[in-house]
Design a protein around this ligand. Structure first.
Ligand code: FEO
Length: 168
């Protein structure tokens, strides 16, 4: 059984994961609009990944006999200055999500909910990977100055990304 505090916090995190999905979908539309089709694909895969995060948490709340309470999803930004601006936002956002996950782990420890602490470990590891992938991408974009043939090459590479659900 989940404590009310943990149940509430997990519901808030489900909302945060859906917001992440929404934000990345909005970025995907913007990138499509500025003809960076490969990066638009990359961001759409990121959207799929965030939906997976939200649903993983949703399923966990139900499995523990908790109540899922979905709330309104905040409106994401629609416009950025350029591709570097987009990836700076992604990195800031992922750092923010890492903090939310860490707070959730701390709360679960305080509540002596070891099952949730264990469940959240997957998200802790995932955040390390996400922050690292995004900072690498941002560094490469800065290296090519966010334009020209370097950007064209990175866009072609980004076109290869596909989301597949990790094995449970
Ligand atoms: Fe669900 Fe990108 O963290």
């Amino acid at each position: 059984m989940l404590s009310k505090k943990v149940e509430k916090a997990l519901n808030e995190q489900i909302n945060a994961e859906f917001f992440s999905a929404y934000l990345y979908l909005s970025m995907s539309a913007y990138l499509n609009d500025i003809s960076l089709i490969g990066f638009a694909n990359w961001m759409r895969a990121q959207y799929e990944e965030e939906k997976f995060h939200a649903m993983k948490m949703y399923d966990y709340v139900l499995e523990r006999g908790g109540k899922v309470k979905l709330k309104a999803i905040e409106t994401p930004k629609h416009k950025w200055k350029d591709i570097i601006d987009v990836f700076e936002d992604v990195l800031n956002h992922e750092q923010h999500v890492t903090k939310l996950i860490n707070d959730l782990v701390s709360l679960s420890i305080d509540e002596k909910d070891h099952a949730t602490v264990h469940f959240l470990q997957w998200f802790v590891d995932e955040q390390v990977e996400e922050e690292s992938t995004v900072s690498d991408m941002l560094a490469q974009l800065k290296l090519v100055g966010g334009n020209g043939s370097g950007l064209f090459m990175l866009d072609r590479e980004a076109a290869q990304r596909q989301f597949s659900e990790p094995a449970q």
